[in-house]
Design a protein around this ligand. Structure first.
Ligand code: NAG
Ligand code: NAG
Ligand code: NAG
Ligand code: NAG
Ligand code: NAG
Length: 468
């Protein structure tokens, strides 16, 4: 689901917080100064782009904008450049039409992401007029379905079904890469309208061998991450990939979303000593790149907050702590899955608060306020591991075999060893083994430990529901 941070201004009154402008905009570090760029890394990245591509993979860099990840694509013939948010939690690709009123506002809010013009494309073909999608943050887009050429990672997919928004209250187009069984059209017009979406067409048009892609979001402060369709990069993670089955929603025989089971939570302090909070959470969590933060039950949230001494602040609506107390910490929050624990550096789960003018929000003593990005999930009715968790993991989404293989990420890894993933049930394991990397753990003992049949709360906002 797209659940990007809403840019809501919350008013701050009283309290120990000296809000610079009286408001705290939940808008983190969008404007990064050039001093945060690392010229050496940039050069290495350029070199990487020149490297020969591995057959049967499609690699695409992602721009890290802190609260979401963008990818550059071109659409149509001749190609029109667009910037889309990558979303593993939805399944449709859509972008803006100039007809959308929100794009006509004087501030030109759609300029950054781009506006698509069907009249200038020879490969555009109208399919229907009932495109309609709504996301977890209640933003929506409506308009037409069309068939178009779509270029990503240098590969052009022909005849992709795309949404062209003539009415939307979001300025940012989306590249949804979830299961085709979760397309918006199924909820608005019925299952018979299901179409082959981007992961499907990459396979059926021969660009990759199975519906597999690896997501490497990288460090909070890194400029880019990447998505690699059809392959794994064994230099981007440490240890072994461990395979976790996706859990089917209640009443479904196969999964249509990327839920896995979170078994437990713990905290490891800077000296390496671990405090186990729970080893029997049995919680279904969505691995969702379209969500900025982490949504977990309040008890888990409170355990993590208390571990570092973050305190709840009513005005802000978050657990907060002076930034200096976390930014240099070597402590980790430990997310336990069957067979693997992903250690998320505490500093990756806090973000500095800034106000509407992008100035730091401070305590009265001048220290900057940092917010815990683990949010109480009770309002949402579903637990989500969004970007602030995902950055710590290398995740291979395997849609053909309904499972994810995950490992601890290697932040800022500049080496690369891309291996194509074939087809068949052990395709990811075989690819890892062929690269000389430790085999993927997928033995049935691990699978048996998982809690199947876990009830997923149906009250949660469905990422794809019809808009009246
Ligand atoms: C990629 O495929 C081409 C054509 O099939 C082949 O000639 C080439 O050797 C392959 N390259 C690699 C690295 O496998
Ligand atoms: C995407 O395009 C923008 C604008 O041309 C560019 O600044 C940015 O570096 C590109 N991002 C990637 C990951 O290639
Ligand atoms: C979009 O509109 C819906 C109502 O249809 C509203 O709930 C939501 O907050 C709006 N989102 C934005 C980003 O304006
Ligand atoms: C795309 O659609 C056009 C027009 O229907 C057709 O001629 C072409 O073969 C299709 N291409 C692919 C790869 O499906
Ligand atoms: C990764 O690179 C970013 C940007 O240069 C830097 O801020 C960050 O500290 C690095 N992370 C690690 C774990 O070295």
């Amino acid at each position: 689901m797209k659940f990007a941070l809403l840019l809501t201004a919350l008013s701050l009154s009283g309290s120990g917080l000296a809000a610079v402008s009286g408001t705290l905009q939940l808008d983190f570090w969008r404007d990064r100064s050039s001093s945060q760029r690392n010229p050496t890394l940039d050069r290495l990245r350029e070199k990487k782009l020149l490297k020969r591509a591995v057959n049967n993979t499609v690699s695409q860099d992602l721009d890290n904008e802190y609260y979401l990840y963008y990818t550059n694509v071109t659409v149509g013939t001749p190609g029109q450049d667009l910037r889309l948010q990558i979303d593993t939690g939805s399944s449709d690709v859509w972008f803006q039409s100039a007809e959308n009123k929100i794009c006509q506002e004087s501030s030109d809010p759609c300029a950054e992401s781009g506006i698509y013009d069907p009249d200038s494309s020879s490969t555009y073909s109208l399919l229907s007029t009932d495109f309609s999608i709504r996301y977890g943050d209640y933003s929506y887009a409506k308009g037409n379905y069309a068939s178009e050429s779509f270029t990503i990672g240098g590969k052009t997919v022909a005849n992709l079904t795309v949404g062209i928004a003539t009415d939307a209250n979001a300025t940012q187009g989306i590249m949804g890469i979830g299961y085709d069984t979760n397309e918006a059209v199924i909820f608005t017009a019925g299952a018979s309208r299901r179409y082959q979406n981007l992961p499907d067409l990459l396979v059926s048009q021969g660009f990759i061998e199975s519906r597999v892609y690896s997501l490497w979001l990288n460090d909070q402060n890194a400029k880019t991450g990447s998505v690699l369709f059809g392959g794994i990069d064994t230099e981007k993670y440490s240890g072994s990939l461990v395979t976790l089955p996706f859990i089917a929603d209640e009443g479904e025989s196969t999964p249509s979303e990327f839920f896995v089971t979170l078994e437990g939570s713990a905290y490891t302090d800077a000296s390496g000593s671990t405090t186990e909070y729970s080893s029997s959470l049995g919680l279904s969590v969505l691995l969702d790149s379209g969500t900025s933060f982490v949504y977990l039950p309040s008890s888990v949230q409170a355990d993590f907050a208390n571990a570092v001494g973050a305190t709840w602040n009513d005005q802000v609506g978050y657990y907060i702590i002076p930034c200096p107390e976390v930014v240099n910490s070597d402590a980790t929050y430990d997310f336990e899955f069957a067979g693997i624990t992903i250690k998320v550096p505490v500093k990756q789960l806090f973000l500095p608060g800034t106000n509407a003018k992008n100035e730091p929000v401070t305590y009265t003593n001048g220290q900057q306020v940092c917010l815990l990005t683990i949010v109480d999930s009770s309002g949402l009715g579903v637990s989500i591991l969004g970007d602030t968790f995902l950055r710590a993991a290398y995740i291979v989404y395997d849609l053909d075999n309904n499972q994810a293989s995950i490992a601890q990420t290697k932040y800022n890894a500049t080496a690369s060893n891309v291996v194509a993933v074939g087809s068949g049930t052990d395709s990811v394991a075989n690819a890892a083994a062929s690269a000389g990397s430790a085999a993927v753990l997928s033995d049935s003992d691990v699978a048996k430990k998982l809690h199947f049949g876990y009830s997923i709360d149906k009250r949660r906002p469905r990422r794809s529901i019809s808009v009246a």
